[in-house]
Write a protein that binds this ligand. Structure first.
Ligand code: NAD
Length: 395
C-alpha cells in the first residue's frame, strides 16, 4: 500500500472508552467502511449509541464536514463480533483493547493471520513496547503505535511510535491517516517517536505526576479528606480536577500503567493503596458508574465547594520537568520544545519547560523534599534538571 487513498476499510478492535471515539473520528474522516469489534455485542451497541450521540451533537453545532450527517455516517459503521470477519477486508486496523501485553500479543498474532497482507496494524497502547506487541504478528514492519488522547474528536495530539522494525512506509501512511482524522481544536499534531521508551512522551510525564497524585490521595484518605477537595484546589485552573479525570479515563488504565512502569522502570511507580483497592473492587470510574466518584448520566458527582489547599502546583510541574529532562538524557527526544508542544496538544495544558526555565532551582529543592517525605528515590532530580543543562537543548 503506498497511499491513504487505498484505505477503504478501517477496523477498530475494542469498543470501550477509546475504541468508540477512534471509530467516531474514522467515520468523520470519510472512510468508506468503519468496522467496530468487541467481545460482546452489547458493548459494540453501546459504543455505536455513544458514537451516534457524539456525531449528532457535532452535527447540531455545525461541526461535521460539509455534506456529512450523523445518520449518513452511521450507515458506514459496521458492528462485527467475529474478529475474522471484522478484519478480513481491513486496510487499516487500530487496536484499543486493555493495556495487558499478553492480550495485545495474542490479538496481533490473530490480526497477522486474518487481515490482508497490506494492512497496517496500529496499537493504541499508552505505555508499552511496540516491538513486543508486534513480535507475534508476522509483519512487524506494518505495526505502529498510534496513541490517542480523549476526547479524541476534540484534542489534536496522536503520538506515533515506531517499533524496532516499523517501516518508513508504515509511518508515512499512518501520518496521512492521522492528518485525516478531524479534531475540533485544530490541525492534528503527530509527533513521531523514533526510539521506544515506556509511556512515550505524554504518559512518561503524566505517570510521574500520577505518582504524586497517588501519594496525595493516600495521605488524604488517611486524614479523612475527600478527594473532591483536592480536585477543588485545581478546578479554578482546569475544567476537570485530576481525580475526576482518572475516573473519566478509567481507573484500571491508570493502574495498569503504574504496574507496567513499576516493572520496567522502578518499583517507585507502584500504584497507591486507594487506587489498587478501587480497581480490585471493580470500581473503575465512568465506565462502571463508580470509582473515586459516583457517575450519573456520564458526569461525576463532585463537591468542589471546599478546597483542601493540599495540591502543590510547583511540585506537579517539577515532577514533569524532571521526567522531561530524563527523556532528553536518554535521547528519546532531542529538544524540549517537542515535549512542551506535545503536552499542550495532548493534555490541553502547558508543558513543564516554559516555566521550568525560571524555576528549575526552586523545583529541584521541592523534589528533594518530596523524595524525603514519600521515600521514592526515583524522583530525585536528575543531573540535567539540577544543573540547568537542559536550557541549551531547545530543539
Ligand atoms: P476499555 O476497558 O474501556 O475498553 C477495552 C475494550 O476492549 C473493552 O470493551 C473490552 O471488552 C474489549 N476487549 C478486550 N479484549 C478484546 C479482544 N480480544 N478483542 C476485542 N475486544 C476486546 O479500555 P480503554 O480505556 O478503551 O483502553 C484501551 C487501550 O487504549 C489500552 O491499551 C489503554 O492503555 C489505551 N489508552 C487509553 C486511554 C484512556 O484515556 N482510557 C488513553 C490512551 C490510550
Amino acid at each position: 500500500m503506498s497511499d491513504i487513498n487505498e484505505i477503504k476499510t478501517f477496523a477498530v478492535i475494542g469498543a470501550g472508552t477509546m475504541g468508540r471515539e477512534i471509530a467516531q473520528v474514522a467515520l468523520m474522516a470519510g472512510f468508506q467502511r468503519v468496522v467496530l469489534n468487541d467481545l460482546r455485542m452489547e458493548i459494540i451497541n453501546d459504543g455505536a449509541d455513544y458514537i451516534f450521540d457524539g456525531l449528532k451533537k457535532l452535527e447540531l453545532k455545525g461541526d461535521l464536514k460539509k455534506g456529512f450527517t450523523a445518520n449518513g455516517l452511521m450507515e458506514k459503521l459496521e458492528r462485527e463480533l467475529g474478529l475474522k470477519n471484522a478484519v478480513k477486508e481491513a486496510d487499516f486496523v487500530v487496536e484499543a483493547i486493555p493495556e495487558v501485553m499478553r492480550l495485545k500479543q495474542d490479538l496481533f498474532r490473530k490480526l497477522g493471520e486474518f487481515t490482508p497482507t497490506h494492512a497496517i496494524l496500529a496499537t493504541n497502547t499508552s505505555t508499552m513496547s511496540i516491538t513486543e506487541i508486534a513480535s507475534k504478528s508476522g509483519r512487524p514492519d506494518k505495526v505502529i503505535g498510534m496513541h490517542f488522547f480523549i476526547p479524541i474528536p476534540l484534542l489534536r495530539l496522536i503520538e506515533l511510535i515506531r517499533g524496532e522494525k516499523t517501516s518508513n512506509e508504515t509511518v508515512t501512511i499512518t501520518i496521512q491517516v492521522g492528518k485525516q482524522l478531524p479534531a475540533l481544536k485544530g490541525k492534528r499534531i503527530l509527533p513521531v517517536i523514533e526510539k521506544e521508551s515506556p509511556g512515550f512522551i505524554v504518559n512518561r510525564l503524566n505517570i510521574s505526576m500520577n505518582v504524586y497524585l497517588n501519594w496525595l490521595l493516600d495521605e488524604a484518605v488517611k486524614n479523612g479528606i475527600p478527594c473532591g477537595q483536592i480536585d477543588a484546589d485545581v478546578t479554578s485552573f482546569q475544567s476537570m480536577g485530576p481525580y475526576a479525570k482518572w475516573d473519566y479515563i478509567g481507573l484500571e488504565t491508570i493502574y495498569n500503567t503504574h504496574k507496567y512502569f513499576e516493572k520496567v522502570i522502578s518499583p517507585d511507580f507502584a500504584p497507591g493503596k486507594t487506587l489498587t483497592k478501587l480497581v480490585k473492587e471493580g470500581n473503575l470510574g465512568r465506565k462502571t458508574g463508580k470509582g473515586l466518584y459516583q457517575w450519573i448520566e456520564r458526569k461525576p458527582i463532585v463537591d468542589t465547594t471546599k478546597k483542601a489547599g493540599l495540591f502543590n502546583f510547583d511540585l506537579f510541574f517539577a515532577l514533569q520537568l524532571n521526567e522531561g529532562c530524563r527523556l532528553l538524557e536518554e535521547g528519546i527526544v532531542s529538544g524540549y520544545k517537542i515535549i512542551d508542544d506535545t503536552m499542550l496538544a495532548g493534555m490541553d495544558m502547558p508543558g513543564p519547560f516554559a516555566a521550568g526555565k525560571r524555576n528549575y532551582k526552586k523545583w529541584t529543592k521541592l523534589l528533594d523534599d518530596f523524595v524525603e517525605k514519600s521515600g521514592k528515590d526515583y524522583f530525585k532530580p536528575c543531573e540535567l534538571m539540577k544543573s540547568g543543562g537542559f536550557l541549551k537543548m531547545r530543539k
